[in-house]
Write a protein that binds this ligand. Structure first.
Ligand code: ZN
Length: 311
């Protein structure tokens, strides 16, 4: 079964790093990621450089990277201004990704807008993106729970999906921004979404998990069982959310791929190449990272037995 794997480390991961990662390093890492077989790479964000100084070099990153055929290059856009800036840049992203939180309080915290204000902007965002020849997707963050409000009702999620589809978004992603999802909830909620709003193709719905409470990979399996075929991860497990207390990294892309390969799924990813990128990240950010397979090696990288066990 074909699964689509996307990486968001350069955006979701780097945005909260205290030390600015030089543009040339970002470009080099994206170029290396581009040759691992990933479906999409979220490379930057068109946000206020005051709010997120780590990603103030969006134009330079997009201008500097190689575009490998078959890879979709994505930029996050929190509002109309973001879409306009993406449309105006010299080398546009293939796709822009808007974001609204399922919970009203998180929406205010994250993008400083009420739901009403966010929703009012959406038709213009779609229009500006499409007129500029870019696809536009929508991420519904806090789909599985909000750190301020708690449980998010399923009907709220289903209402948003219906709205996004009516408005002509090209794909939808469900963000577990602060790692509150559990596998049963993921299976039940995504099954409902797929039943009520059948996707036009296998890449239409994406699940975006954070591993805050250690349930990230279990949630991926639950999503696959429910019928989702596209998943975000962050190489080496970098990431978090600047406005969500205690949020830790995204699920680790290469740990996820290692699991999916072991389970017999077709990800089209060259895991050795992906691990090579992951192993560069601690030096880039100056601290340890959560990735596990980068430390342990792939499942079938075998070890010399101790002397007494050799025949
Ligand atoms: Zn995230």
């Amino acid at each position: 079964m074909r699964l689509y794997v996307n990486d968001v480390a350069v955006r979701d991961g780097f945005q909260i790093e205290k030390a600015f990662v030089p543009t040339a390093t970002k470009v080099e890492l994206i170029n290396q990621l581009s040759r691992t077989g990933l479906h999409k790479i979220e490379v930057t964000s068109f946000v206020s450089p005051k709010a997120v100084p780590a990603l103030a070099d969006a134009n330079e990153v997009l201008a500097g990277i190689d575009r490998v055929p078959g890879v979709v290059y994505v930029a996050l856009v929190p509002n109309i201004r973001g879409v306009q800036n993406a449309a105006a840049t010299a080398r546009k992203p293939d796709e822009v990704n808007g974001v609204v939180s399922a919970s009203e309080t998180h929406n205010r915290a994250n993008i400083n807008r009420t739901h009403e204000q966010s929703i009012a902007e959406l038709p213009t965002m779609v229009k500006v993106a499409h007129e500029a020849g870019m696809k536009i997707t929508m991420s519904l963050s806090t789909t599985f729970g909000c750190p301020f409000e708690g449980h998010v009702h399923e009907d709220v999620v289903l209402d948003f999906v219906g709205r996004f589809r009516e408005l002509g978004f090209d794909a939808i992603s469900f963000g577990d921004t602060t790692g509150m999802a559990n596998p049963r909830q993921v299976r039940e909620l995504t099954a409902k979404v797929l039943e009520r709003f059948p996707p036009p193709d296998d890449r239409y719905y994406t699940l975006h998990f954070h591993n805050t409470r250690g349930m990230g990979l279990a949630n991926v399996v639950a999503g696959i069982e429910a019928g989702v075929r596209s998943f975000d991860g962050s190489v080496s497990g970098l990431g978090g959310c600047p406005f969500a207390p205690g949020a830790t990294g995204n699920i680790c892309t290469e740990d996820m791929v290692n699991m999916l390969v072991d389970m017999g799924y077709d990800t089209r990813i060259d895991l050795a190449k992906l691990l090579a990128v992951a192993r560069r990240i601690p030096a880039v950010v100056g601290h340890d990272v959560p990735g596990q397979v980068m430390k342990s090696g792939q499942t079938l990288e075998l070890h010399e037995p101790p002397r007494h066990a050799r025949s």
